[in-house]
Design a protein around this ligand. Structure first.
Ligand code: HEC
Length: 168
């Protein structure tokens, strides 16, 4: 019924066409993603309620995980200046920036910690949900401390006194 001598030829052409389109979309997509660098959590994640309210216990637990898993990049005070920061292709976020932190919901922070984005690793399989919410509670305190200091919007060092409780 098909007069074509080689019925495979148009199939192969189509496959090639699809692959070319796929590669173009993938490359363009990565470039756009890289250029805009916007990192937005899905609406459902943003609206997620924090089931672990900030208490002394949850914040202390969050601080412990932070020093093990996050501090090397995000810095002891959360200012994004950890010892590995300079070697990364993207600068780690500054959790002392009260304005930027104020724009993110707990759910969004939780989602970002869970998923990561290169060079930040994903913590979904490394930390339990409870541990990730505790981290949200802890990193929130970092901008509160900065805001109560003199100039939260600058990179001026946060006063040492209460920047990192129970550190010594
Ligand atoms: C290898 C270094 C590295 C480690 C370890 C790391 N991060 Fe990150 N993190 C980054 C970088 C880099 C970004 C910015 C990513 C981007 O914008 O694409 C980031 C972004 C974030 C953001 C998003 C903030 C925003 O402004 O959107 C949150 C929240 C965060 N990290 C929390 C954590 C927590 C909590 C841990 C520990 C459990 C952690 N990170 C461990 C490097 C790291």
């Amino acid at each position: 019924m098909n007069p074509d001598k080689n019925p495979e030829a148009p199939k192969r052409k189509l496959l090639l066409g699809v692959s070319v389109v796929f590669v173009i979309v993938a490359v363009a997509g990565s470039i756009i993603l890289y250029a805009t660098r916007d990192w937005n959590a899905p609406a459902a994640a943003r609206n997620l309620q924090n089931p672990v309210p900030p208490t002394d216990d949850s914040i202390t637990a969050g601080m412990m995980s932070y020093s093990t898993h996050c501090q090397s990049c995000h810095g002891e005070r959360g200012d994004g200046k950890g010892e590995r920061a300079e070697k990364l292709s993207i600068a780690p976020s500054d959790f002392t920036d009260a304005h930027a932190m104020g724009q993110m919901t707990d759910g969004e922070l939780f989602w970002k910690i869970s998923h990561g984005r290169h060079p930040m690793p994903s913590f979904q399989n490394k930390l339990t949900e409870q541990e990730r919410w505790e981290l949200v509670d802890y990193i929130r305190t970092l901008s509160q401390k900065a805001a109560s200091g003199a100039a939260p919007a600058t990179n001026a060092p946060v006063p040492q006194t209460d920047a990192a409780p129970k550190r010594q």
